[in-house]
Design a protein. Structure first.
Length: 537
C-alpha cells in the first residue's frame, strides 16, 4: 500500500492512546494508582503475588510497604523456572519470549516478555507517533526506517521451548504493525542476514531505493554512523544492484534469502543515475526529503548524536526518551524539554538521593532520581539503575532527561568510579585539550601484575598526547576513593591508548556478549579488564 495512506491509518489508530495519555497528565497520581491496582488484581494468584499478598493491598503506600525494591538477581530463580516451561510465577499471562539485555553481574540477562508488556510499550509508542504526525504531517508522506538487528546467532529457545531473542522494532507498532511494516523502507527479512557486512549492504541498498524517506529511527546513534560508513567503498556495486534490482553483498548469503529479498528490489535505473551524480559521503543529499532522525542523544550518547546532527544539517534530530528492554519510561513530545513520563504504560517510582521512594507526581524540577518500575512483564518495584533529571513538566507529568547509570561502577580496590563522574571528567578533559574524539572509553587494564585505567580514544586526526595522561590522572583523583587507591599504590597511573574502528569494535564486543546490535548503549566506562584486547589496543 501507499506509505502515506498507511501512515495516516497508523496515526488514526494511535489517537486513542494519545488521548489516554493527554487525559492522564492532569491526574497523574490517580492514573498511576489505577494502573497499579489493575496490575495487582491481574497477578494476585501468581506465585509472586501470593508471596507478597497482592490480594490484600489496597493502596500505593501498602504496596511500597509489602513489596521490596528489586534488582534482576532477585528474579533469577523464577526466570530459570519460566525458561523451563513453568507458568504463573510472576504474571498470570504466559511468557511469549525472552529478550536479551546487558547485565551487571552476567554478560546478558533474560527479560520475560508478555502480551501485557508489549501492549504497554505500544501505548507509549502510539502517543509518540500521534504527536509526531500531528506536528509534522509531512512525515506521513514517505516511508520510514525502523532499526532492524541481524539475528547473528540464529533462532534460539529455552529448554521449555520459549524463543530467546529480539522482535523487530515493528513488533511494537501496534495493531497495524504488519501493515506498517509492509511500507517500511527496509523489510524485516534483512534481520536473517547473519553476517554484519551482508546485513549492512542490504540495508543500505533498500535505503538508497527510498528516495522519499522521511524518518529514521534507531537507538544508538553509532548504529547509523557505522551503517553509513561503507557507502564510499560499496558505492559502485550498490548503484549497480539498485539499477538492476539485484543483491550482491560483499559476503555470500543464503540463495533462498537472496531471492526473497530480491522480490522487493525492482530495478530502479532512474534512481541509480540520480545517485551517481552525488558524493556518497554527502549523506544528506542522498535523502533530501528526510525530516526526522530519532536516536538516543543524552548522557554518553550525546557526542555521537551531535555527529549525526552535523551530517544531516537539514533534518530534525529528536532525542529518544528512556526505553529499556524491561520498560518504556518516557517519550519525546514536540515543544517540550526532555521526554515525558509514559504515565499510562507502567507504574513508576523514583528514588531520591536520600533513598526516599517518590511517586511520579512528587518530583521536583532540577533534581535527579533513579527510575523504578512495575510492569506487566513481571518485574515489581524493579530498579532500572537509570538516573534521570526532571527538566520540566507537561501538565502534572514530569519531563525527564537521561543522565547515566547507577550500576555502571568500576570498583576493584575501592576506587568506586561511576559512569556519571567519568563522563564529566572526559567532557572537561577533551574541552581543555580541544579534542573531538569519535570514540572514547575508560576501562581497567591489567599490566605486569598491576591494574590501571586506560582511556581508549579514537581521533580523526593525529594529536599531541603529551600531558593528557597526567591530566586524566589528576581529574580522576577528584574522586576521593580513586585518589586513595592511587596513593596506596593499588592503582598504577592511567594511560591514553589510541584505537582505530573504536565504535565498530565496541559494538562487536557488546554483541558477542549477547546484546542486541541496534540497542547497544553508548558508554564511557566499562568494568571488564578485557577491553584493551576487544578494542585491538
Amino acid at each position: 500500500m501507499i506509505p502515506s495512506l498507511v501512515n495516516a491509518l497508523w496515526q488514526a489508530a494511535s489517537i486513542r492512546q494519545a488521548r489516554r495519555f493527554a487525559g492522564s497528565i492532569g491526574r497523574v497520581a490517580e492514573t498511576q494508582a489505577e494502573w497499579l491496582a489493575a496490575c495487582l488484581a491481574e497477578n494476585r494468584d501468581t506465585e509472586y503475588g501470593r508471596r507478597h499478598g497482592f490480594g490484600a493491598i489496597r493502596s500505593v503506600a501498602a504496596y511500597q510497604e509489602r513489596v521490596p525494591l528489586t534488582v534482576y538477581d532477585d528474579y533469577a530463580a523464577e526466570i530459570a523456572r519460566l525458561a523451563a516451561g513453568e507458568t504463573r510465577l510472576l504474571t498470570r499471562q504466559p511468557v511469549l519470549r525472552f529478550e536479551l539485555s546487558s547485565g551487571s553481574t552476567a554478560a546478558s540477562k533474560l527479560i520475560p516478555s508478555t502480551a501485557g508488556l508489549r501492549a504497554e510499550f505500544q501505548r507509549g509508542l502510539a502517543a509518540w507517533i500521534a504527536d509526531l504526525y500531528r506536528h509534522d504531517p509531512q512525515l506521513r508522506e514517505g516511508p520510514a526506517y525502523w532499526s532492524i538487528t541481524p539475528l547473528v546467532d540464529g533462532p534460539r529457545t529455552t529448554e521449555g521451548g520459549i524463543p530467546i531473542g529480539f522482535d523487530a522494532d515493528s513488533a511494537y507498532l501496534g495493531p497495524l504493525g504488519a501493515l506498517v511494516e509492509s511500507t517500511l523502507a527496509v523489510p524485516g527479512a534483512v534481520r536473517h542476514l547473519r553476517e554484519v557486512a551482508a546485513f549492512r549492504y542490504a540495508t543500505l541498498l533498500f535505503l538508497l531505493r527510498a528516495e522519499r524517506l522521511r524518518l529514521i529511527s534507531v537507538w544508538n546513534p553509532t548504529f547509523l554512523t557505522l551503517l553509513l560508513a561503507p557507502l564510499r567503498e560499496w558505492w559502485e556495486p550498490l548503484l549497480a544492484d539498485l539499477a538492476a534490482g539485484t543483491l550482491h553483498p560483499p559476503v555470500p548469503i543464503d540463495p533462498l534469502l537472496r531471492r526473497q529479498l530480491e522480490r522487493r528490489l525492482r530495478p530502479a535505473p532512474r534512481r541509480a543515475r540520480a545517485l551517481a551524480q552525488e558524493r556518497p559521503e554527502d549523506v544528506a543529499a542522498l535523502w533530501p526529503r528526510l525530516r526526522l532522525l530519532s536516536c538516543w542523544a543524552d548522557g554518553p550518547a550525546a557526542p555521537y548524536a551531535e555527529e549525526l546532527r552535523r551530517r544531516f544539517p537539514h533534518v530534525t534530530l529528536q532525542p529518544k526518551g528512556l526505553l529499556a528492554t524491561e520498560a518504556f519510561v518516557s517519550f519525546p513530545l514536540v515543544g517540550h524539554p526532555g521526554a515525558a513520563l509514559a504515565t499510562t504504560a507502567h507504574f513508576f517510582e523514583f528514588l531520591a538521593d536520600s533513598g526516599e521512594a517518590r511517586l511520579a507526581h512528587q518530583l521536583d524540577q532540577g533534581h535527579t532520581y533513579e527510575a523504578v518500575v512495575t510492569t506487566g512483564g513481571g518485574f515489581y518495584r524493579y530498579q532500572l539503575h537509570d538516573v534521570v533529571e526532571v527538566v520540566g513538566f507537561v501538565g502534572q507529568a514530569p519531563c525527564l532527561r537521561f543522565v547515566g547509570k547507577t550500576d555502571q561502577v568500576s570498583d576493584w580496590f575501592g576506587e568506586k568510579l561511576n559512569e556519571r563522574f567519568v563522563a564529566g571528567v572526559l567532557e572537561r578533559l577533551f574541552a581543555r585539550h580541544r579534542l573531538q574524539p569519535s570514540f572514547a572509553l575508560v576501562a581497567p587494564e591489567p599490566v605486569a601484575g598491576e591494574l590501571r585505567y586506560a582511556l581508549y580514544v579514537e581521533l580523526q586526526h593525529p594529536q599531541d598526547w603529551s600531558g593528557l595522561s597526567q591530566d586524566l590522572d589528576r581529574a580522576l583523583c577528584e574522586n576521593f576513593h580513586y585518589a586513595y587507591c592511587r596513593r596506596l599504590g593499588q592503582l598504577a597511573p592511567p594511560r591514553v591508548v589510541p584505537v582505530v574502528e573504536g565504535q565498530e569494535r565496541y559494538l562487536r564486543a557488546c554483541q558477542s556478549q549477547g546484546q542486541k546490535l541496534g540497542n547497544v548503549k553508548p558508554a564511557v566506562l566499562q568494568k571488564a579488564p578485557q577491553w584493551g584486547e576487544w578494542l585491538g589496543a
